[in-house]
Design a protein around this ligand. Structure first.
Ligand code: XIL
Length: 377
């Protein structure tokens, strides 16, 4: 069993360092500090280090989205302690926005790879894998695409070129791609209206997207990804049927992932593990790709002890589902800390959804995840 730095292993001044990586901890800033107690490597274990073999622990890399406070710097380029935390705590990174169409494609003839390149290069320097997100989606598409009135042949060529160019650029450097994101609505119907690709090109375009991605990078694991598919329900049933069909047709589909954006007010999806297991039994990989647990929170208010305890429990149960599935090799939280989270921007009256406080100290949810990872190793 791996050892971990928890509060029970700590005394005195070292306890102050429990929440932040060594490099950020004030007591270690001066090498001759009287109060500094050496903390050995095992005690410095991060989430990524604590995870059992075959499981990477990821975070979204903030940037390119909407912040609730426009005064923040771009986190990835402007917030050094945040970067340091991403590098030390996680073994996988996801582009929160930087690989979406509106980011990569300012116009039809241009690919803007700077921000995406920076993430992939950062990950490589830090020995991390990358999840690519995303290739075929109804949201965050540029206006020139949505309002371009392209004919079917042209639109198909645009998508094919995009997938070949983007997936090809990072060939061998992206572990998993969310090829198709959120293609079903909550009733389990394909988004035949709001998804431009399905509307204009028909449902068959989904199989083509997987084929093109596979040709461009045969080593990347290709995923279907969505929210509200944690439980067995109309939407996850639709994915289950589609997965069966795609596999029967020999389409290179490798996995199904649940974003796992949870809220304390809607209860925990207690059949998460069973739901994912049926995909595992199809031979697919599974992953939790965007985990966060938001809660009702008045503007400027702090979460209560009870909310934090419940949040830790929800996070823990999502991780346990993954740990109990041999198919689940990737567990990613959707950003940190709360000030960089999409939640307060998107869900009015909710917040505090991540596992870190804004000063990059950890919440009880972090401790629960770390302990579970250590126990599983
Ligand atoms: C969100 C980002 O976190 C925000 O910064 C952005 O403004 C909107 O998109 N499902 C997904 C993600 O697949 O891409 C979304 O990310 C969250 C929901």
């Amino acid at each position: 069993m791996k050892r971990v730095r928890t509060s029970t292993l700590l005394v005195g001044a070292a306890a102050a360092a429990v929440a932040v990586p060594l490099a950020l901890s004030p007591i270690f800033q001066s090498s001759d500090s009287e109060t500094a107690e050496p903390v050995n490597d095992a005690q410095e274990m991060s989430l990524g280090e604590a995870a059992p073999d075959g499981l990477v622990i990821g975070s979204a890399v903030a940037g390119g989205g909407h912040h609730h406070d426009e005064d923040y710097p771009d986190p990835f380029t402007g917030d050094a302690p945040y970067r340091e935390l991403l590098a030390t705590e996680f073994t996988s990174l996801s582009a929160e926005n930087q690989m979406k169409w509106d980011h990569l494609r300012p116009d039809r003839d241009t690919y803007a790879f700077d921000d995406a390149d920076a993430i992939v290069e950062f990950a490589e320097r830090n020995g991390q894998v990358v999840r690519g997100h995303t290739l075929l989606w109804h949201s965050q598409n540029p206006d020139w695409l949505e309002n371009g009135n392209f004919g079917a042949d042209e639109l198909r060529a645009i998508l094919r070129d995009h997938i070949e160019t983007v997936v090809g650029r990072y060939e061998g450097r992206i572990q998993q791609w969310d090829v198709a994101n959120e293609i079903f609505d909550d009733n389990g119907n394909l988004r035949t209206q709001d998804n431009i690709w399905i509307r204009e090109l028909g449902p068959e375009i989904i199989a083509d997207a997987f084929r093109w991605a596979h040709e461009a990078d045969p080593s990347a694991e290709l995923y279907l990804n969505d929210y509200s598919v944690e439980s067995v329900n109309a939407k996850s049933d639709a994915y289950y049927r589609m997965s069966q069909d795609l596999l029967a047709d020999g389409v290179p589909l490798h996995g199904f992932s649940a974003q796992t954006h949870l809220s304390l007010q809607y209860g925990f999806p207690s059949d998460l593990e069973d739901n994912l297991r049926r995909f595992e039994e199809l031979g697919l990989g599974t992953a939790l790709t965007e985990v966060d647990v938001r809660m009702p929170l008045a503007e400027g208010a702090e979460p209560t002890e009870e909310q934090l305890r419940q949040q830790a429990d929800y996070y823990l149960r999502t991780l346990e589902a993954c740990l109990n599935l041999s198919s689940c090799g990737s567990y990613t939280v959707w950003g940190l800390p709360d000030k960089y989270s999409w939640v307060p921007v998107t869900f009015e009256g909710e917040g505090a959804a991540t596992i870190y406080w804004d000063d990059l100290t950890t919440k009880p949810a972090y401790d629960a995840l770390l302990e579970a990872l250590v126990d599983a190793s």
